[in-house]
Design a protein around this ligand. Structure first.
Ligand code: UDP
Length: 342
C-alpha cells in the first residue's frame, strides 16, 4: 500500500518506520526544515538545545522502549525538579523528602495551593476549578516515600546522541519532503492512498467548527557562564513564567557556557506553536465535532497530540501509533510468517 505521513514528529516518524518495515511504500511530508517535531534538538556551543521545550523520556511500556532503542543508546538520566514556592525552594513531586525539607506535614489542600494553583493558572490560562483531573493530578503526591524522581517509570533515559540523531536513524531510507507546503501532500495523493495525519485536526478541516484552543509558549533564552543548581526550576508563584531550565543537564553535558531558558505560557495564535491541546470544556466540545468528521474518513488515520487533541507524552504517542496502525503491520507479519512456513 502507499502511505503519506503528514508530519515527522514522534507519531509520524514511528508510523513511517513501522509501515516501511512492513513493506509499505511510505512518503513523509514535513513543513519544518527538520524532522522530529517538537522533540528536535540541536547542538549549539557544545550544548544540546531542546528548541521546543524540555523532552525527558520515560515509559513503563517495554515495547515502546525496545522500539526506540533500535535507534539510540540512552544516557542514564534521572529527572528531578525543584520548585520555588511561598515556602521556599522544594523538591517536587511532593514526597516525604519535601516534607523533610519543610519540616512538617502538609494537607492536600495546602499542597494544592503551594504547588499547583498558581502554576496551573499561568500554564493553562483558565481558573483552577475549570481544569480536568487529568491535568490537576498529572504530577502525583507521594506521601508514602521520599522518591524525588519526577517520573517513576521503569524505563527512563535521554538519547545518547540526542533526539535529532534518533529521528535520523528512525527515518533512514524513507523519503521525506522537508520544508513542504502545508497541503503539498494533497496534490500528490491518489484516491487509493492511505494518509497518516499528525497536524492540527481543526486545520485539516479548515476550521469548519471553529478553531480549537491550544496553549503556546514564548521562550526567553540567555547564555550564562553560571550553571543553574538544578535542571528545571518551576515557578509556583505569580511570576509570569512557569519554569526555567539549564539545557546542559538534559544530555549530561559540562559546557563552559550553558543556555538558560524561561517559559512564558500564552494563547496560541497564527504566529506561535500549538504546544498543548486543551481537551476540556468548550475545547473538548469542539474537538468531538472534528472527531466525528474524522471517524467517517476513508483511508485516513489521525495520530498524535494535535490530530487527536490529547495531552500525550512521548511514549504515549508511540504507543497510540502502534495501536492505530497495527492492522497494516499485522497483515504483513502474518504474511511473512506464512512465507517463512512454506
Ligand atoms: N503542575 C503544577 N505545578 C508544578 C508542576 C506541574 O501545577 O510545579 C501542573 C500544571 O497544571 C502542569 C501539569 O501539572 O501543566 C503538568 O505538569 P508537567 O510537568 O507534566 O508539564 P509538561 O512538562 O508536560 O509541560
Amino acid at each position: 500500500m502507499r502511505f503519506h505521513v503528514i508530519g515527522s514528529g514522534i507519531s509520524g516518524s514511528t508510523a513511517a518506520r513501522l509501515l516501511a518495515d512492513a513493506g509499505h511504500h511510505v512518503e513523509v511530508w514535513e513543513t519544518r526544515g527538520h524532522a522530529g517535531g517538537n522533540c528536535h534538538d540541536e547542538c549549539v556551543n557544545g550544548v544540546t538545545i531542546h528548541r521546543y521545550g524540555p523532552h525527558l523520556f520515560h515509559t513503563n511500556d517495554r515495547q515502546v522502549w525496545e522500539f526506540l532503542s533500535r535507534f539510540t543508546a540512552w544516557h542514564d538520566y534521572r529527572h528531578t525538579v525543584v520548585a520555588d514556592t511561598a515556602l521556599g525552594r522544594i523538591s517536587i513531586p511532593f514526597s516525604m523528602k519535601t516534607e523533610q525539607q519543610l519540616g512538617r506535614r502538609l494537607s492536600d489542600e495546602e499542597i494544592r495551593e503551594l504547588i499547583f494553583v498558581d502554576y496551573s493558572v499561568k500554564q493553562w490560562g483558565v481558573p483552577w476549578d475549570q481544569l480536568p483531573a487529568s491535568i490537576k493530578d498529572r504530577v502525583p503526591i507521594r506521601r508514602e516515600n521520599a522518591d524525588d524522581r519526577y517520573f517513576n517509570d521503569t524505563y527512563q533515559g535521554q538519547p545518547a546522541a540526542g533526539y535529532a540523531a534518533l529521528f535520523r536513524l528512525m527515518l533512514d531510507g524513507i523519503p521525506i519532503h522537508l520544508g513542504a507546503a502545508k497541503d503539498a501532500w494533497r496534490r500528490n495523493r491518489r484516491p487509493t492512498d492511505h494518509v497518516i495525519y499528525t497536524g492540527k485536526i481543526d486545520e485539516f478541516y479548515h476550521c469548519v467548527h471553529g478553531p480549537l484552543p491550544y496553549r503556546s509558549l514564548r521562550f526567553e533564552h540567555e547564555w550564562s557562564g553560571t550553571r543553574l543548581p538544578h535542571s528545571i526550576i518551576n515557578q509556583c508563584n505569580r511570576l509570569p513564567y512557569t519554569r526555567f531550565y539549564d539545557h546542559a543537564y538534559f544530555s549530561n553535558e559540562h559546557p563552559v557556557q550553558t543556555l538558560v531558558t524561561r517559559e512564558f505560557p500564552e494563547a496560541h495564535h497564527d504566529g506561535n506553536e500549538p504546544y498543548y491541546p486543551m481537551p476540556f470544556g468548550t475545547g473538548m466540545e469542539t474537538y468531538l465535532k472534528y472527531q466525528r468528521l474524522a471517524a467517517a474518513e476513508p483511508n485516513m488515520i489521525f495520530l498524535g497530540r494535535l490530530a487527536t487533541y490529547s495531552y500525550l507524552d512521548m511514549w504515549m504517542a508511540v504507543a497510540q501509533t502502534m495501536t492505530k496502525i497495527r492492522p497494516f503491520i499485522h497483515s504483513f507479519i502474518q504474511q511473512t510468517r506464512t512465507n517463512d512456513n512454506q
